[in-house]
Design a protein around this ligand. Structure first.
Ligand SMILES: [Zn+2]
Length: 232
């Protein structure tokens, strides 16, 4: 219902700045980025999309990034920042944008700060999605996928009517290898270690606001729009 009501409203005022989403995997950043960019009519920038575009078009940055990505390596900061600098100089970013999943480190944050200054954007608004690690672990390891139709369930948050059976087609529900605790645990740990200095960096600049990401999706969206309004 909230969805239908919101879609009738005019877009909110322009963002007119860079909005940065920081949060662990499973915190709902992607969902919120979609919602916020829809409400404000601003582009949603993700490194995944930028990488794909540069590789497909065969740009110099794309040609440098391609072999690294194919080998599963981390694309070095100069390439990543080159792509971001190019992307935010495009006309659709003139009234602000949402960056999701970047920067990942304090070094990237400082570099990005320079790019924003050069682009005339000033200081970003940083939204920090906070979720209790135990809850996150439950959320991520509770995911189950239907082997027939690929529907996603969650044994804790969205259980099927009959245990381990898909509501639509009765298919068996299985846990994907990537959702196992042995995989998720270290991923969350690595995230926490890498982003703690990044969060402190933005907090010390006075541009970061914490959001309780365990709340309902609509409540999180409302809180983010409130922060963006107040941060003007
Ligand atoms: Zn199914």
């Amino acid at each position: 219902m909230a969805e239908a009501g919101q879609s009738k409203k005019r877009p909110l005022e322009k963002l007119d700045r860079a909005v940065i989403f920081i949060g662990p995997p499973g915190a709902g950043k992607g969902t919120q980025a979609k919602e916020i960019t829809r409400l404000y009519g601003a582009p949603h920038l993700s490194t995944g999309d930028m990488f794909r575009e540069h590789v497909e078009k065969g740009t110099p940055l794309g040609r440098q990034a391609k072999p690294i990505m194919e080998n599963g390596g981390l694309v070095p900061d100069p390439i990543v920042m080159g792509m971001i600098g190019e992307r935010i100089s495009r006309p659709d970013c003139a009234h602000g944008f949402v960056l999701d999943g970047i920067p990942r480190t304090e070094a990237q944050a400082k570099w990005l700060g320079e790019l924003l200054k050069q682009g005339g954007f000033g200081r970003p608004a940083v939204i920090h999605f906070v979720v209790d690690p135990g809850l996150l672990l439950k959320r991520l390891t509770g995911r189950r996928m239907c082997q027939v139709g690929g529907e996603i369930y969650n044994v804790y948050e969205r259980p099927p009517k009959v245990p381990n059976r898909c509501d639509h087609d009765g298919g068996e529900l299985v846990q994907r290898p990537d959702d196992r605790e042995e995989v998720i645990g270290p991923r969350l740990q690595a995230y926490a270690e890498q982003t703690a200095p990044l969060v402190e960096y933005y907090r010390s600049q006075g541009v970061l606001a914490d959001v309780d990401a365990a709340a309902e999706v609509a409540d999180v969206t409302r809180r983010v729009t409130e922060i963006l309004r107040k941060a003007r």
